[in-house]
Design a protein around this ligand. Sequence first.
Ligand SMILES: *Cc1c(COP(=O)(O)O)cnc(C)c1O
Length: 369
Amino acid sequence: MKVPFLDLSLQHKALREQALAALAATYDATRFCLGKDVEDFEKAFASTLGYSKALGVNSGTAPLHMACMIAGFGPGDEVIVPPFTFISSAWGISYVRATPKFVDIEEGTFNLDPAKVEAAITPRTKGIVVVHLFGQPARMDEIMAIARKHRLFVIEDCAQADCAQAVGARYKGTPVGIIGDVGTFSFYPTKNLGGCGEGGALVAKDDAVFTTARQLRVHGSDRRYYHDIVGGNFRMDGFQGALLNVKLPHLAGWNARRQEIAARYLRELKLADLQLPEQPAYGKSVVHQFTVRHPRRDALREHLQKQEVGTDLIYPVPLHLQKCYASLGYSSGSLPVAEKACATCVSLPIFPELTDAQVEHVIRSVNSF
Ligand SMILES: *Cc1c(COP(=O)(O)O)cnc(C)c1O
């Protein structure tokens, strides 16, 4: 039985008629940049996830950049960020010419280790980019206590943690993204809520921050041709808003199915030396990825490939050892927990359209290694 690591075609086949009708309406109305589709999506996204409002933008990297502009990070400032994440988590820091300060993760959840965050603070530390990796909320109480003590601006990278009311990713009942100062989302096609192209969103706890973000999105302007601050073009396009409006009502069901598959993996994967992701009591994951560790990871992957089970390495190289950050002076051994994760992790298929038979096949294949 074939089990692809991810198959986006199933979801898009099911929604084809509705999606194309929505696109046609947007096309006919020439609502190409922002406009009603995007406004409708912003309202629906905010109410579905539990925010007062949300801003639609043109990628998941854009709001990270915008957040670093709003925070006022600049040359000489250090901003803490985990090394075990997608590179975008650090891009915003680099775009404003501040310095990413990579701080190691904890073993169980793959997220920032609060004790190491505290130890990494210097007089130059200005902020933290917290990532809720694989859909699992990070330890926000501890991180926010450190942030308050040192007056740090906190950005939550929620690109992998689109929740939907009761269906996580909530931290002690609060949706991630508004615990810190700014929350950022990505609608890249492979995310839990994926668009058909590029897209993202920004949420903020504070109204003034949100208003600045809205200005930044459209060239630093509230009024056409009047530019109050240096902004950019971070607008979501109308087609993306229209498509996301079709998809959003399915997010809760999709996340519930991911959690159902994860629950089976957690119960039924029984391989010796296989390390399963920790399930902390403070907040449930929306299981963007189901990532396990094994000391003989490469051999396990080969075995799974022979059973026609697709896997992926997310992530093979930690950010502090990427070529683009060589000048920061980290070396192999600098951040051992993240490096070990990169060396021993393998992600299993977890998308909502997997059948029970496919899930069973994954479990049997892992257990027979
Ligand atoms: C996908 C992702 C992003 C960026 O998203 P894009 O939409 O591709 O720009 C940022 N952070 C994390 C953790 C991601 O997984």
